[in-house]
Design a protein around this ligand. Structure first.
Ligand code: CO
Length: 254
């Protein structure tokens, strides 16, 4: 399927999916502390999604067995929640969640410190978040897609970290993953021209060490090859005639 341009009605449904998703992340963030299991976080996220009359986009998606992806330390993405995986002081944890409202999805990710974390880990989390905002400055009608990619890559690498190449951002709407793919590094060419009504999930995945990753035996969890720590930040972004609208983000929430 090619890139979809959303109608006003579709945009309203995606706004609601994004609004709920921002609340879901905020509620999950509140329970993060040493001693909590990654399954506790999944349970909380799922509970809040259902409380708002929505469904978790990721549950059963291509066989994924949970509602929230919970990835700890050197896990990059798609960590599977487990009752016995207990968060420890000094860990960092990436939460990736998707909400479906009346058939339309929103997708966003946040990385949090658990208890007291090192200065270097805090920098990794902050640079990853900021790299999203550097990229989103270019998410405007008339610009080209890879201007976003380049801004993210340049900012991350100027700060001494690396961007993951093997996984990318994506269009989103009726499907969680739509065209186009949105790399966090600059490929050849300029990429497609952005148009009002496109909705993009922009999601830098940033490693403290090298960019290479591999897949664990569970066939889901992606980890850094060099075991360095990794952070993830993502929002669902609507392209408009003017400034982009961040559908899954609220300044007063996490
Ligand atoms: Co995504």
């Amino acid at each position: 399927m090619s890139v979809t341009i959303k109608s006003q009605h579709e945009i309203e449904l995606m706004r609601e999916a994004g609004r709920v998703l921002a609340i879901v992340h905020n509620e999950m963030a509140k329970i993060i502390r040493p001693g909590v299991s990654t399954m506790d976080i999944n349970r909380k996220g799922e509970e809040v999604i259902k409380r708002y009359g929505c469904t978790p986009s990721f549950l059963d998606y291509e066989g994924y067995p949970a509602s929230i992806c919970v990835s700890v330390n050197h896990e990059v993405i798609h960590g599977i929640p487990e009752k016995r995986r207990i968060l420890q002081d000094g860990d960092i944890v990436s939460l990736d969640a998707g909400v479906c409202y009346k058939g339309y999805h929103s997708d966003s990710a946040r990385t949090h410190g658990v208890g007291e974390i090192s200065k270097e880990d805090q920098k990794l989390i902050d640079i990853t978040k900021q790299s999203f905002f550097e990229g989103v400055k270019f998410a405007k009608a008339g610009n080209h897609l890879f201007e976003i990619s380049k801004a993210i890559q340049d900012f991350v690498e100027d700060n001494g970290f690396s961007v993951v190449r093997d996984f990318v951002g994506h269009g989103i709407g009726r499907e969680v993953h739509e065209e186009p793919q949105i790399p966090n590094f600059k490929p050849m060419g300029r990429g497609m021209k952005l148009r009002p009504g496109m909705v993009l999930a922009i999601e830098p995945m940033v490693n403290a060490g090298k960019c290479e990753v591999w897949l664990l035996e569970d066939d889901w969890t992606v980890v850094t090859r060099d075991s360095s720590r990794s952070a993830h930040y993502e929002n669902t972004v609507l392209i408009t005639e003017g400034e982009p609208e961040l559908l899954s983000y609220r300044e007063d929430l996490i």
